[in-house]
Design a protein around this ligand. Sequence first.
Ligand code: ADP
Length: 166
Amino acid sequence: MENIRVIKGDITKQAVDAIVNAANSELKGGGGVDGAIHRAGGPTIMEACRKIGECPTGNAVITAGGNLPAKFVIHTVGPIWGNENGEEKKLLASAYHQSLLLALKNNLKSIAFPNISTGVYGFPKDLAANIAIQTTRDFIKFHTTLHVTFVCFDDENYLLYKNQLD
Ligand code: ADP
């Protein structure tokens, strides 16, 4: 059995080792899932982000999880569709890959992803789902102890992931 599952729900409620935040490169917080995570997790997450400073697109950093049920938050910066000189797909794959690598480096066993870049950043949802699943499958083939959950907030994303994972 592959260690990948999809659920429909709110990522801030997930009791996993780390949830992933779709952050911006200034790590300053914002709307969407980023705002939800900072609201639910409390101010210590933002304090930690401020100390880190910034994070380039396609990269990831880790902080503690504050008041969240998750122990850690991995903040990754997805690409803005149409704004990355044709590098959007590569940068989205990199955001997933770097997040998975950080989980591994920190000995984490479970990680939950939102649908990075598919909100305000405008990445086409079907293409983003393909990239997310492919990158994750390639990674956990070699790192079989890691459990990955895709937490979809909307029906369209949920169905896209479900169709590929069933
Ligand atoms: P981006 O700027 O990377 O596009 P957004 O936060 O605008 O980030 O959207 C990314 C995805 O996160 C969207 O599919 C959105 O529906 C979803 N989302 C928003 N709030 C939550 C939440 N609480 N839990 C999980 N996913 C969420």
